[in-house]
Design a protein around this ligand. Structure first.
Ligand code: HEC
Length: 217
């Protein structure tokens, strides 16, 4: 027996996956988790359609409604996951000897939300799956370098200036969609920051790696 493909439904399913993948890339969500969530939504909608026997209507309108329903259910259910809710800020035990106040202020604006124990948790850090993404960025960020625990060895601290000059940090998703506009430093502010960081011990690679930093004083 020949069965025609439910094209509208497949298109809708593909759209859900696309939104998940693109959304994850733009917002710094984990792509695998995002696709799993999309699969749950689609799987749920297919199940509802199968049970009601209306999965393969030609317009796909019913399927779209079922997708909306399962999306809402998945959204509510994932709020029960405890990961990302603690919003902890451990004690500050030591900071770099900042060259001046402005250096610290620019670092706070652009970096401290992931690399410090003074994270300002945004409202959406209460809403899964965004809360998971924020938690992961903070966990991984603190792991690389924590400017609030500078009394201990901070492995990647000597890459600080380099990541800024390369435009790697802060990450693109941090300031996308007008989020954290204070962390979106202008070229002038970056110049001021890098000058200050060069005059702050422990943040440059010049000790172990002699690249073209000949303008150092
Ligand atoms: C939104 C969170 C976030 C912000 C804001 C942020 N970082 Fe990061 N940073 C991360 C994450 C996550 C990693 C680890 C993964 C990676 O390297 O992309 C990281 C890695 C790093 C590393 C180690 C990577 C390497 O190549 O050695 C340095 C150094 C760093 N960040 C410095 C900074 C500085 C300086 C700022 C501010 C100008 C900043 N970061 C802002 C999240 C952030």
């Amino acid at each position: 027996m020949k069965q025609s493909w439910p094209l509208a439904q497949m298109g809708l399913g593909a759209a859900v996956v696309l939104v998940a993948v693109v959304g994850a890339a733009l917002m710094g969500l984990n792509a695998i988790i995002s696709v799993v969530l999309a699969a749950l939504v689609i799987g749920g909608a297919v199940l509802i359609g199968l049970r009601r026997g209306d999965l393969t209507g030609t317009s796909g309108g019913r399927f779209a409604r079922h997708l909306a329903l399962t999306a809402a259910a998945v959204f509510v259910l994932i709020q029960l996951v405890p990961y990302g809710r603690s919003h902890a800020n451990p004690p500050v035990t030591g900071e770099p000897q900042w060259a001046n106040d402005e250096t610290r202020e620019l670092m706070v604006r652009a970096c401290f939300d992931c690399h410090s124990n003074e994270v300002v948790w945004p409202w959406y850090s209460n809403v899964a799956p965004l809360s998971w993404a924020v938690q992961r960025h903070v966990d991984e960020g603190r792991d690389e370098v924590n400017y609030s625990e500078f009394d201990q060895d901070q492995g990647e601290a000597d890459d600080t200036i380099e990541t800024i000059l390369d435009g790697e940090m802060p990450p693109g998703y941090y300031t996308r969609f007008g989020l954290h506009s204070a962390g979106d430093l202008t070229d002038e502010e970056i110049d001021i920051l890098v000058d200050g960081l060069r005059a702050t011990p422990g943040l440059d690679e010049q000790d172990d790696d002699d690249h073209d930093d000949d303008d150092d004083d």
